[in-house]
Write a protein that binds this ligand. Sequence first.
Ligand code: FAD
Ligand code: NAP
Length: 316
Amino acid sequence: MEKIIDCAIIGGGPGGLTAGLYATRGGLKDVVLFEMGMPGGQITQSSEIENYPGFFDHTKSGMDFMDTWQEQCFSFGLKHEMKKVDSVRKENKLFTISLEGGNSVKAKTVIVATGSTPKRAGFNGEDEFFGRGVSTCATCDGFFYKNKPVTVLGGGDTALEEAVYLSNICSDVYVIHRRDEFRAAPSTVERVMNKENIHLVLDSVIEEVIGDNMGVVGVKVKNKDGEIKSIMSPGLFVFVGHNVNNSVLKEGSKFICDVNENGQVIVNLKMQTSVEGLYAVGDMRIDAPKQVVSAAGDGSIAALQAISYIQEEKYL
Ligand code: FAD
Ligand code: NAP
Protein backbone atom coordinates (compact mmCIF):
# COMPACT_ATOMS: atom_id res chain seq x y z
CA MET A 1 0.00 0.00 0.00
CA GLU A 2 1.20 3.55 -0.79
CA LYS A 3 2.69 5.28 2.24
CA ILE A 4 0.67 8.18 3.65
CA ILE A 5 2.62 10.88 5.48
CA ASP A 6 1.16 12.91 8.35
CA CYS A 7 2.06 16.31 7.02
CA ALA A 8 3.50 17.70 3.81
CA ILE A 9 4.98 21.19 4.05
CA ILE A 10 5.54 23.01 0.78
CA GLY A 11 8.18 25.73 0.91
CA GLY A 12 11.20 26.03 3.19
CA GLY A 13 11.18 29.72 4.18
CA PRO A 14 10.55 30.89 7.75
CA GLY A 15 6.88 29.79 7.55
CA GLY A 16 7.55 26.26 6.31
CA LEU A 17 10.56 25.64 8.53
CA THR A 18 8.70 26.74 11.66
CA ALA A 19 5.73 24.57 10.70
CA GLY A 20 8.19 21.67 10.40
CA LEU A 21 9.70 22.38 13.80
CA TYR A 22 6.32 22.47 15.55
CA ALA A 23 4.89 19.49 13.67
CA THR A 24 7.84 17.19 14.43
CA ARG A 25 8.38 18.41 17.98
CA GLY A 26 4.63 18.08 18.52
CA GLY A 27 4.77 14.37 17.77
CA LEU A 28 3.87 13.95 14.10
CA LYS A 29 5.92 11.08 12.69
CA ASP A 30 6.22 11.63 8.98
CA VAL A 31 6.65 15.29 8.20
CA VAL A 32 8.25 16.13 4.87
CA LEU A 33 9.30 19.61 3.75
CA PHE A 34 9.30 19.99 -0.02
CA GLU A 35 11.58 22.86 -1.00
CA MET A 36 12.78 23.31 -4.54
CA GLY A 37 16.04 24.96 -3.48
CA MET A 38 17.95 25.22 -0.25
CA PRO A 39 15.69 26.00 2.72
CA GLY A 40 15.78 29.58 4.00
CA GLY A 41 13.37 31.49 1.78
CA GLN A 42 13.44 35.11 0.65
CA ILE A 43 15.19 36.46 3.71
CA THR A 44 18.41 34.76 2.61
CA GLN A 45 18.62 37.52 -0.04
CA SER A 46 18.70 40.22 2.61
CA SER A 47 21.91 41.86 3.71
CA GLU A 48 20.74 42.24 7.29
CA ILE A 49 17.83 41.62 9.60
CA GLU A 50 17.21 43.90 12.52
CA ASN A 51 13.60 43.30 13.46
CA TYR A 52 13.51 39.66 14.50
CA PRO A 53 13.11 39.69 18.28
CA GLY A 54 16.17 38.37 20.11
CA PHE A 55 18.42 38.62 17.07
CA PHE A 56 20.42 41.80 17.17
CA ASP A 57 23.58 41.30 15.19
CA HIS A 58 24.24 43.81 12.41
CA THR A 59 27.16 41.78 11.11
CA LYS A 60 24.94 38.84 10.11
CA SER A 61 23.13 38.53 6.79
CA GLY A 62 19.75 36.90 6.15
CA MET A 63 21.63 33.81 5.01
CA ASP A 64 23.56 33.58 8.31
CA PHE A 65 20.31 34.16 10.17
CA MET A 66 18.51 31.23 8.51
CA ASP A 67 21.39 28.74 8.87
CA THR A 68 20.50 27.62 12.37
CA TRP A 69 16.78 27.37 11.54
CA GLN A 70 17.39 24.39 9.27
CA GLU A 71 19.72 22.71 11.73
CA GLN A 72 17.18 23.08 14.54
CA CYS A 73 14.23 21.82 12.45
CA PHE A 74 16.03 18.81 11.03
CA SER A 75 17.27 17.80 14.51
CA PHE A 76 13.64 17.03 15.47
CA GLY A 77 13.10 14.72 12.51
CA LEU A 78 11.83 16.99 9.76
CA LYS A 79 12.73 15.47 6.40
CA HIS A 80 13.72 17.67 3.47
CA GLU A 81 13.04 16.68 -0.12
CA MET A 82 14.63 19.04 -2.59
CA LYS A 83 11.72 18.90 -5.01
CA LYS A 84 9.44 21.38 -6.70
CA VAL A 85 5.78 20.67 -6.00
CA ASP A 86 3.56 20.94 -9.07
CA SER A 87 0.14 20.62 -7.45
CA VAL A 88 -1.88 19.75 -4.38
CA ARG A 89 -5.27 18.02 -4.72
CA LYS A 90 -7.69 16.58 -2.18
CA GLU A 91 -9.59 13.38 -2.93
CA ASN A 92 -11.38 11.11 -0.50
CA LYS A 93 -10.11 13.12 2.50
CA LEU A 94 -6.44 12.63 1.56
CA PHE A 95 -4.09 15.01 -0.26
CA THR A 96 -1.98 14.10 -3.26
CA ILE A 97 1.17 16.18 -3.67
CA SER A 98 2.43 15.89 -7.24
CA LEU A 99 6.12 16.51 -7.68
CA GLU A 100 8.03 17.78 -10.67
CA GLY A 101 9.21 14.78 -12.62
CA GLY A 102 6.06 12.71 -12.10
CA ASN A 103 6.19 11.20 -8.57
CA SER A 104 3.53 11.90 -5.99
CA VAL A 105 3.05 11.60 -2.24
CA LYS A 106 -0.12 11.18 -0.16
CA ALA A 107 -0.58 13.23 3.00
CA LYS A 108 -3.18 13.63 5.72
CA THR A 109 -2.50 17.37 6.04
CA VAL A 110 -0.73 20.00 3.92
CA ILE A 111 0.83 23.31 4.97
CA VAL A 112 1.56 25.56 2.01
CA ALA A 113 4.33 28.12 2.62
CA THR A 114 5.50 28.98 -0.88
CA GLY A 115 5.90 32.73 -0.25
CA SER A 116 6.35 35.16 -3.07
CA THR A 117 8.73 36.06 -5.94
CA PRO A 118 10.22 39.43 -6.94
CA LYS A 119 8.17 41.22 -9.61
CA ARG A 120 9.59 42.63 -12.79
CA ALA A 121 8.93 46.35 -13.35
CA GLY A 122 8.36 46.04 -17.09
CA PHE A 123 10.79 48.59 -18.59
CA ASN A 124 12.61 48.00 -21.86
CA GLY A 125 15.72 45.88 -21.44
CA GLU A 126 14.79 44.49 -18.00
CA ASP A 127 14.55 40.89 -19.19
CA GLU A 128 17.29 41.20 -21.79
CA PHE A 129 19.81 42.42 -19.22
CA PHE A 130 18.59 40.32 -16.28
CA GLY A 131 21.70 38.70 -14.80
CA ARG A 132 23.91 41.02 -16.88
CA GLY A 133 23.56 44.09 -14.70
CA VAL A 134 19.88 43.89 -13.79
CA SER A 135 19.41 42.15 -10.43
CA THR A 136 16.84 41.65 -7.66
CA CYS A 137 19.41 40.73 -5.01
CA ALA A 138 21.83 43.26 -3.55
CA THR A 139 23.45 40.73 -1.23
CA CYS A 140 24.19 38.47 -4.15
CA ASP A 141 25.32 41.06 -6.68
CA GLY A 142 26.19 44.29 -4.84
CA PHE A 143 29.83 43.37 -4.47
CA PHE A 144 30.25 43.30 -8.25
CA TYR A 145 29.81 47.08 -8.19
CA LYS A 146 32.28 47.89 -5.42
CA ASN A 147 33.22 51.60 -5.67
CA LYS A 148 31.00 52.00 -8.73
CA PRO A 149 27.64 53.76 -9.06
CA VAL A 150 24.44 51.70 -9.05
CA THR A 151 20.75 52.39 -9.57
CA VAL A 152 17.89 51.08 -7.43
CA LEU A 153 14.26 51.06 -8.57
CA GLY A 154 11.41 51.18 -6.02
CA GLY A 155 10.20 53.01 -2.93
CA GLY A 156 9.29 50.18 -0.53
CA ASP A 157 11.18 48.72 2.42
CA THR A 158 13.21 46.38 0.24
CA ALA A 159 14.35 49.08 -2.17
CA LEU A 160 15.40 51.50 0.54
CA GLU A 161 17.05 48.93 2.82
CA GLU A 162 18.99 47.52 -0.07
CA ALA A 163 19.92 51.04 -1.19
CA VAL A 164 21.49 51.60 2.25
CA TYR A 165 23.31 48.27 1.97
CA LEU A 166 24.59 49.15 -1.49
CA SER A 167 25.67 52.62 -0.34
CA ASN A 168 28.26 50.93 1.89
CA ILE A 169 29.80 49.13 -1.08
CA CYS A 170 29.17 51.32 -4.10
CA SER A 171 30.34 54.86 -4.80
CA ASP A 172 26.83 56.28 -5.43
CA VAL A 173 23.32 54.88 -5.30
CA TYR A 174 20.58 56.48 -7.41
CA VAL A 175 17.12 55.56 -6.09
CA ILE A 176 14.46 55.95 -8.76
CA HIS A 177 10.90 56.05 -7.47
CA ARG A 178 7.70 56.80 -9.37
CA ARG A 179 6.22 58.97 -6.60
CA ASP A 180 7.59 61.55 -4.18
CA GLU A 181 6.48 59.60 -1.08
CA PHE A 182 7.83 56.30 0.09
CA ARG A 183 6.01 53.14 1.10
CA ALA A 184 8.99 52.14 3.29
CA ALA A 185 9.02 52.56 7.09
CA PRO A 186 9.84 56.14 8.21
CA SER A 187 12.98 54.96 10.05
CA THR A 188 14.30 53.41 6.84
CA VAL A 189 13.51 56.57 4.84
CA GLU A 190 15.47 58.52 7.46
CA ARG A 191 18.47 56.22 7.09
CA VAL A 192 18.38 56.81 3.34
CA MET A 193 18.18 60.57 3.82
CA ASN A 194 21.23 60.46 6.08
CA LYS A 195 23.39 58.74 3.48
CA GLU A 196 25.37 61.27 1.47
CA ASN A 197 25.99 58.94 -1.46
CA ILE A 198 22.30 58.03 -1.96
CA HIS A 199 20.64 60.31 -4.49
CA LEU A 200 16.85 60.32 -4.83
CA VAL A 201 15.36 60.55 -8.31
CA LEU A 202 11.66 61.00 -7.53
CA ASP A 203 8.50 61.16 -9.65
CA SER A 204 10.44 59.20 -12.25
CA VAL A 205 10.32 55.89 -14.06
CA ILE A 206 12.87 53.89 -16.02
CA GLU A 207 12.32 54.23 -19.75
CA GLU A 208 14.95 51.73 -20.79
CA VAL A 209 18.26 50.12 -19.99
CA ILE A 210 21.29 51.47 -21.80
CA GLY A 211 23.45 48.48 -22.48
CA ASP A 212 25.95 46.83 -24.75
CA ASN A 213 27.11 43.27 -25.25
CA MET A 214 28.96 43.39 -21.90
CA GLY A 215 25.77 44.27 -20.00
CA VAL A 216 24.16 47.32 -18.38
CA VAL A 217 25.88 50.67 -18.85
CA GLY A 218 23.14 52.91 -17.50
CA VAL A 219 19.43 53.75 -17.54
CA LYS A 220 17.22 56.30 -19.26
CA VAL A 221 14.86 57.87 -16.74
CA LYS A 222 11.72 59.90 -17.47
CA ASN A 223 10.25 62.30 -14.91
CA LYS A 224 6.61 63.38 -14.56
CA ASP A 225 7.18 66.32 -16.92
CA GLY A 226 8.34 63.93 -19.62
CA GLU A 227 12.00 64.98 -19.38
CA ILE A 228 14.45 62.20 -20.04
CA LYS A 229 17.92 61.93 -18.51
CA SER A 230 20.53 59.21 -18.41
CA ILE A 231 22.11 57.82 -15.27
CA MET A 232 25.30 55.94 -16.04
CA SER A 233 25.78 52.93 -13.75
CA PRO A 234 26.61 49.29 -14.50
CA GLY A 235 24.27 47.83 -11.83
CA LEU A 236 20.48 48.15 -11.74
CA PHE A 237 18.62 46.68 -8.76
CA VAL A 238 14.87 46.23 -9.16
CA PHE A 239 12.80 46.05 -5.95
CA VAL A 240 9.17 46.58 -6.99
CA GLY A 241 7.32 44.02 -4.89
CA HIS A 242 6.47 40.36 -5.20
CA ASN A 243 4.05 37.90 -6.82
CA VAL A 244 2.25 35.31 -4.69
CA ASN A 245 3.54 31.79 -5.39
CA ASN A 246 0.15 30.10 -5.47
CA SER A 247 0.48 27.85 -8.52
CA VAL A 248 0.47 24.59 -6.50
CA LEU A 249 -3.09 25.40 -5.49
CA LYS A 250 -4.27 26.06 -9.06
CA GLU A 251 -6.42 23.65 -11.02
CA GLY A 252 -6.74 25.06 -14.52
CA SER A 253 -7.81 28.67 -14.11
CA LYS A 254 -9.34 28.00 -10.67
CA PHE A 255 -7.91 27.43 -7.21
CA ILE A 256 -8.65 24.42 -5.00
CA CYS A 257 -9.24 26.80 -2.06
CA ASP A 258 -10.48 30.36 -1.72
CA VAL A 259 -8.09 33.16 -2.69
CA ASN A 260 -8.58 36.94 -2.90
CA GLU A 261 -8.29 39.17 -5.99
CA ASN A 262 -4.49 39.29 -5.63
CA GLY A 263 -4.18 35.51 -5.43
CA GLN A 264 -3.45 35.53 -1.71
CA VAL A 265 -4.89 32.51 0.08
CA ILE A 266 -7.81 33.27 2.38
CA VAL A 267 -7.24 31.83 5.86
CA ASN A 268 -8.73 32.33 9.31
CA LEU A 269 -6.77 32.97 12.49
CA LYS A 270 -5.94 29.25 12.63
CA MET A 271 -4.35 29.43 9.16
CA GLN A 272 -7.12 27.11 7.92
CA THR A 273 -8.04 27.53 4.27
CA SER A 274 -11.48 26.77 2.86
CA VAL A 275 -10.33 23.13 2.46
CA GLU A 276 -10.18 21.02 5.64
CA GLY A 277 -6.65 19.86 6.47
CA LEU A 278 -5.06 22.45 4.17
CA TYR A 279 -3.27 25.42 5.75
CA ALA A 280 -1.53 28.44 4.19
CA VAL A 281 1.10 30.49 6.00
CA GLY A 282 3.49 33.40 5.57
CA ASP A 283 3.69 35.84 2.67
CA MET A 284 1.19 33.93 0.52
CA ARG A 285 -1.80 34.41 2.82
CA ILE A 286 -4.22 37.33 3.02
CA ASP A 287 -3.19 40.32 5.10
CA ALA A 288 0.33 38.93 5.50
CA PRO A 289 2.56 41.48 7.22
CA LYS A 290 5.35 39.95 5.09
CA GLN A 291 7.75 39.56 7.93
CA VAL A 292 9.93 36.69 9.07
CA VAL A 293 8.46 36.79 12.55
CA SER A 294 4.86 36.65 11.30
CA ALA A 295 5.58 33.89 8.77
CA ALA A 296 7.17 31.88 11.59
CA GLY A 297 4.17 32.57 13.85
CA ASP A 298 1.81 31.40 11.09
CA GLY A 299 3.85 28.22 10.65
CA SER A 300 3.57 27.34 14.33
CA ILE A 301 -0.21 27.94 14.30
CA ALA A 302 -0.75 25.78 11.21
CA ALA A 303 1.36 22.93 12.60
CA LEU A 304 -0.56 22.91 15.89
CA GLN A 305 -3.79 22.80 13.88
CA ALA A 306 -2.50 19.95 11.74
CA ILE A 307 -1.59 18.00 14.89
CA SER A 308 -5.15 18.42 16.28
CA TYR A 309 -6.64 17.46 12.90
CA ILE A 310 -4.65 14.23 12.87
CA GLN A 311 -5.31 13.46 16.55
CA GLU A 312 -9.04 13.86 15.90
CA GLU A 313 -8.66 11.52 12.89
CA LYS A 314 -10.44 13.96 10.61
CA TYR A 315 -8.63 12.46 7.64
CA LEU A 316 -10.57 9.18 7.97
P1 FAD B 1 9.49 32.62 1.60
O1 FAD B 1 10.55 33.13 2.48
O2 FAD B 1 9.20 33.33 0.33
O3 FAD B 1 9.80 31.08 1.27
C1 FAD B 1 9.05 30.34 0.35
C2 FAD B 1 9.86 29.13 -0.10
O4 FAD B 1 9.01 28.27 -0.87
C3 FAD B 1 11.04 29.50 -0.99
O5 FAD B 1 12.23 28.98 -0.41
C4 FAD B 1 10.72 28.84 -2.35
O6 FAD B 1 11.88 28.30 -2.98
C5 FAD B 1 9.76 27.72 -1.93
N1 FAD B 1 8.82 27.32 -2.98
C6 FAD B 1 8.01 28.13 -3.72
N2 FAD B 1 7.25 27.41 -4.56
C7 FAD B 1 7.59 26.11 -4.38
C8 FAD B 1 7.17 24.89 -4.98
N3 FAD B 1 6.23 24.86 -5.93
N4 FAD B 1 7.74 23.74 -4.56
C9 FAD B 1 8.70 23.74 -3.59
N5 FAD B 1 9.15 24.87 -2.99
C10 FAD B 1 8.60 26.05 -3.37
N6 FAD B 1 11.24 40.44 6.78
C11 FAD B 1 11.57 40.80 8.03
O7 FAD B 1 10.90 40.42 8.98
N7 FAD B 1 12.68 41.55 8.27
C12 FAD B 1 13.51 41.96 7.30
O8 FAD B 1 14.51 42.64 7.55
C13 FAD B 1 13.19 41.58 5.97
N8 FAD B 1 14.01 41.93 4.96
C14 FAD B 1 13.75 41.49 3.70
C15 FAD B 1 14.65 41.80 2.68
C16 FAD B 1 14.43 41.32 1.40
C17 FAD B 1 15.43 41.63 0.30
C18 FAD B 1 13.26 40.56 1.12
C19 FAD B 1 13.01 40.05 -0.28
C20 FAD B 1 12.35 40.27 2.12
C21 FAD B 1 12.58 40.73 3.43
N9 FAD B 1 11.69 40.46 4.47
C22 FAD B 1 12.02 40.83 5.75
C23 FAD B 1 10.46 39.70 4.24
C24 FAD B 1 10.65 38.19 4.61
O9 FAD B 1 11.80 37.65 3.95
C25 FAD B 1 9.43 37.38 4.20
O10 FAD B 1 8.32 37.94 4.81
C26 FAD B 1 9.53 35.91 4.64
O11 FAD B 1 10.68 35.28 4.12
C27 FAD B 1 8.31 35.12 4.19
O12 FAD B 1 8.46 33.79 4.57
P2 FAD B 1 7.61 32.61 3.87
O13 FAD B 1 8.01 31.38 4.61
O14 FAD B 1 6.20 32.98 3.80
O15 FAD B 1 8.09 32.53 2.36
P1 NAP C 1 6.38 46.94 -1.82
O1 NAP C 1 6.20 47.38 -0.42
O2 NAP C 1 5.22 46.42 -2.57
O3 NAP C 1 7.02 48.17 -2.62
C1 NAP C 1 7.19 48.11 -4.01
C2 NAP C 1 7.72 49.46 -4.51
O4 NAP C 1 7.95 49.38 -5.93
C3 NAP C 1 6.72 50.58 -4.29
O5 NAP C 1 7.40 51.74 -3.90
C4 NAP C 1 6.08 50.74 -5.67
O6 NAP C 1 5.71 52.07 -5.94
C5 NAP C 1 7.21 50.38 -6.61
N1 NAP C 1 6.74 49.80 -7.87
C6 NAP C 1 5.87 48.77 -8.04
N2 NAP C 1 5.74 48.47 -9.36
C7 NAP C 1 6.55 49.33 -10.03
C8 NAP C 1 6.86 49.48 -11.41
N3 NAP C 1 6.31 48.71 -12.37
N4 NAP C 1 7.74 50.46 -11.75
C9 NAP C 1 8.30 51.24 -10.80
N5 NAP C 1 8.07 51.12 -9.47
C10 NAP C 1 7.19 50.16 -9.09
O7 NAP C 1 7.52 45.79 -1.95
P2 NAP C 1 8.81 45.48 -1.04
O8 NAP C 1 9.56 46.70 -0.76
O9 NAP C 1 9.50 44.34 -1.69
O10 NAP C 1 8.20 44.93 0.31
C11 NAP C 1 7.35 43.78 0.29
C12 NAP C 1 6.87 43.54 1.71
O11 NAP C 1 7.97 43.06 2.52
C13 NAP C 1 6.34 44.82 2.36
O12 NAP C 1 5.20 44.49 3.10
C14 NAP C 1 7.48 45.25 3.25
O13 NAP C 1 7.03 45.99 4.36
C15 NAP C 1 8.12 43.89 3.64
N6 NAP C 1 9.53 44.10 3.96
C16 NAP C 1 9.81 44.46 5.22
C17 NAP C 1 11.09 44.76 5.57
C18 NAP C 1 11.35 45.17 6.98
O14 NAP C 1 10.42 45.18 7.77
N7 NAP C 1 12.55 45.50 7.40
C19 NAP C 1 12.11 44.71 4.63
C20 NAP C 1 11.78 44.37 3.31
C21 NAP C 1 10.46 44.06 2.98
P3 NAP C 1 4.45 52.74 -5.18
O15 NAP C 1 4.93 53.00 -3.79
O16 NAP C 1 4.20 53.95 -5.98
O17 NAP C 1 3.35 51.73 -5.25
